[in-house]
Design a protein around this ligand. Structure first.
Ligand code: NDP
Length: 507
């Protein structure tokens, strides 16, 4: 076979490399048309344009991304055998995507919303994804509620408008959301830029070492740029002036060589410590208090490369909490368990079954040795003429029994179990309000809530304000004042069980 070299040329071509003679005038019968079917260049161009859009992510649609590296700064080999964490000074290439959650692809970066913080580590043992948020907790702890919750943060099915009734109706009937609602309505709900916020795993994960010992861990990427937030007024103004302000800030900072970085701190619990821990470590609505589990610094994340092409690298970037490398495993956190399924599933929907072949998603430093074959857009060699089944006696890739998570015990009855942990859902939100926030933080929090909740029906305002009151009476009182609600009514509602409160504020 002759080995022809690809010609280098700057001539415009069709998608199939055929030179194009004219790209301004369609082929027509006569000067004034009609257009001829045989103008295949026109047909190809229109046909591709008609298919340019891929499905928008149902959550985290608006995002910005950048490349960089992660460097290990402490010895963590006693906790994990993850190869990329195996020695101080070791660097691993990363790609990071930041995002808002509820808004569409064209929505404003300054919206009040959690921010996604997803990191893809291209390790020599395959790609490891840490898909976190800028908040250490979440609104709900059971994935069965997730689609409903997200619907309430989107548009009303009738009016196609954002709807404070939907938003607060659901949250006030889901009081475990109070901790996250308190963070979301503090000024941390409107970070100044993506560079000025932290990233948290929020979930608990499992680390295990080469002896088979395991530990429960949480990740905290602390911004080295310092936390900076927008006030409600600033966020409103910036949303109008430059809806892409955070996307632009990240891009401009990297362009000028001002590389943003984050220090990775870990909270680590032994299984024995976890047994006596006062909080349910698999409940994502709770944090592990720093005083009880002091975070330890273990690494640095640096972003120093802007994407060359947004669609190729950022829009097509696909992260999944299921991409876990040896040394790191999932925990029983029910929300995490559902995300292990849902992220991969949504990428198959959005990008196709071979999305792992798209360069930003493909393992860069590990081979892909699977027996998956075929499917739309299988654009690599598809395993060539090697075997496409296991077991085989043809020398195909074989499982390595030394890799993977050690077996672990489970117990209990299968069933749809309601949440029964004795520590209630209001304590940590109350601690945040009372002990962590400054007077200014509390003032802004109450103002932000009153501004938003005032758009909901009064019965919903009453129900939600009772939830604030349960977190802290002063918190509830101030929100009631801001909304002009009768505090006696709030106190009465706060004294009821959740079911009674829901019933007495029914439409
Ligand atoms: P600590 O005083 O040890 O920690 C408080 C932490 O709260 C700070 O380290 C900071 O976390 C974060 N924080 C500071 N200001 C605000 C704010 N305005 N809004 C939201 N978070 C803020 O106390 P605990 O560990 O006992 O936690 C008390 C409360 O602090 C928790 O109930 C939780 O709401 C909040 N919190 C706790 C975190 C944790 O992992 N323990 C993490 C974040 C918030 P950071 O350094 O991560 O910015």
């Amino acid at each position: 076979m002759s080995k022809k070299k690809k010609e280098v040329s700057n001539t415009l071509t069709t998608a199939f490399g055929i030179p194009v003679g004219n790209d301004l005038n369609s082929q027509t019968a006569g000067e004034r048309g009609p257009v001829l079917m045989q103008d295949v260049h026109l047909l190809e161009k229109l046909g591709h344009f008609d298919r340019e859009r891929i499905p928008e992510r149902v959550v985290h649609a608006k995002g910005a991304g950048a490349g960089g590296y992660f460097e290990v700064t402490a010895d963590v080999t006693q906790y994990t055998k993850a190869k990329f964490l195996s020695e101080i000074g070791k660097r691993t290439e990363v790609f990071v995507r930041f995002s808002t959650v509820g808004g569409e692809k064209g929505s404003a970066d300054a919206a009040r919303d959690p921010r996604g913080f997803a990191v893809k580590f291209y390790t020599e043992k395959g790609n490891y994804d840490m898909t976190g948020n800028n908040t250490p907790v979440f609104f709900i702890r059971d994935p069965l509620k997730f689609p409903d919750f997200i619907h309430t943060q989107k548009r009303n099915p009738g009016t196609n408008l954002k709807d404070p009734d939907m938003f607060w109706d659901f949250l006030s009937l889901t009081p475990e959301s109070i901790h996250q609602v308190t963070i979301l309505f503090s000024d941390r709900g409107t970070p100044a830029t993506y560079r000025n916020m932290n990233g948290y795993s929020s979930h608990t994960f499992k680390w295990y070492n080469d002896k088979g010992d395991y530990f429960w861990v949480q990740y905290h990427f602390k911004t080295d740029q310092g936390i900076k937030n927008l006030t409600r007024e600033e966020a409103t103004r910036i949303s109008g002036e430059n809806p892409d302000h955070a996307t632009q800030d990240l891009y401009d900072a990297i362009e000028r060589g001002d590389y943003p970085s984050w220090t990775l701190e870990m909270q680590i619990l032994t299984p024995e410590q976890a047994k006596d821990f006062q909080w349910d470590i698999f409940d994502i609505t709770k944090v592990w208090p720093h005083g009880e589990v002091p975070p330890i610094k273990i690494g640095k994340l640096v972003l120093n490369r802007n994407p060359v092409n947004y669609f190729a690298e950022v829009e097509q970037a696909a992260f999944s909490p299921g991409n876990l490398v040896p040394g790191i495993a999932a925990s029983p956190d029910k929300m995490l368990q559902a995300r292990l399924f849902s992220y991969h599933d949504t990428h198959i929907h959005r990008l196709g079954p071979n999305y792992h072949l798209i360069p930003v998603n493909a393992p860069k430093y590990a081979p892909e040795n699977s027996y998956q074959r075929d499917g739309f857009m299988r654009v690599d060699a598809n395993g060539g003429n090697g075997p496409n089944y296991w077991p085989n006696s043809l020398g195909g890739p074989a499982p390595d029994p030394t890799t993977g998570e050690p077996p672990f015990e489970v117990a209990g009855k299968a069933g749809r179990h309601p949440y029964t942990h004795p520590n209630d859902d209001f304590v940590q939100a109350g601690n945040l309000y009372r002990n962590v926030m400054t007077d200014q933080d509390r003032e802004n929090l109450v103002g932000n809530i009153a501004d938003h909740l005032s758009g909901a029906q009064k019965r919903i305002q009453l129900r939600q304000t009772a939830v604030f009151y349960k977190a802290d009476p002063d918190y509830g009182r101030r929100v009631a004042e801001g909304l002009g609600l009768d505090i006696k009514e709030i106190e009465r509602l706060a004294g009821m069980s959740q079911e009674e409160r829901a019933k007495s504020t029914q439409e």
